[in-house]
Design a protein around this ligand. Sequence first.
Ligand code: PGA
Length: 259
Amino acid sequence: MEIFIRPTYDEMSRVAAQEVASILNTKPNAVFGMATGSTPLGVYRELVRMHQEGKLDFSQVTTFNLDEYVGLPVTHPQSYHQFMFEHFFQHVNIPKQNIYIPSGTTSNYLAFCQWYEDRIQECGGIDLQILGIGSDGHIAFNEPGSSLSSRTRLKTLARQTIDDNARFFDRRDDVPVYAITMGIGTILDARKILLLANGRQKATAIARAIEGPMTSMITASGLQMHPTVKVFLDDEAASELMMRDYYDWLEEKRPGAPS
Ligand code: PGA
């Protein structure tokens, strides 16, 4: 894993967005794995800005979102369909038919999950997967205990996740209990992975994911198995890392490394 730590959320978001932009600039028809939640908002804002300035063209891009709540219609203000439209898709030029988000209202979840996996393959696989992390160490809705080789499936949310996400709903009881989510195995198939975290409330999860033993209790730790993960953090999210000095040293020395 390569770890990039910046003093603020805005700086962290800017360098992470540069990473997405450089992939798009070398591969105009890239396939991106998209994440929801408050963490990637800064990256999306940056990408939208670059697009509006004419520096980024999404016209050949395909996207697959990580997850969706079960039971929320696509028009529900808290559905991830709505979130992605509001914060990203309505502002860039990705063709509608190239946007894939798991269905939270299908009548056959098993068949839908298989179709979603197949569709990712048929589109050539994901070039870059963007991820946030939950305070319980989850990525997508792969809650503690999820198999590190899991695939897209229906998942019951942990109480912690429901508590964390209750801030977006009128009442805690309104938070859906089930979600459809890519698995850890699905995520690990992406060619590159970009993990984002900011804020003190993510520091423990980040330390355990990056420096702890690999365990299904912290599903983000499964990323240790992937050869090309870049992690973008602000100072607060990095505050429990034991090897912080080393990560800063690596970043400083990387440009001078022999090729
Ligand atoms: P957040 O959620 O970005 O809103 O903190 C992250 C997650 O639960 O994966």
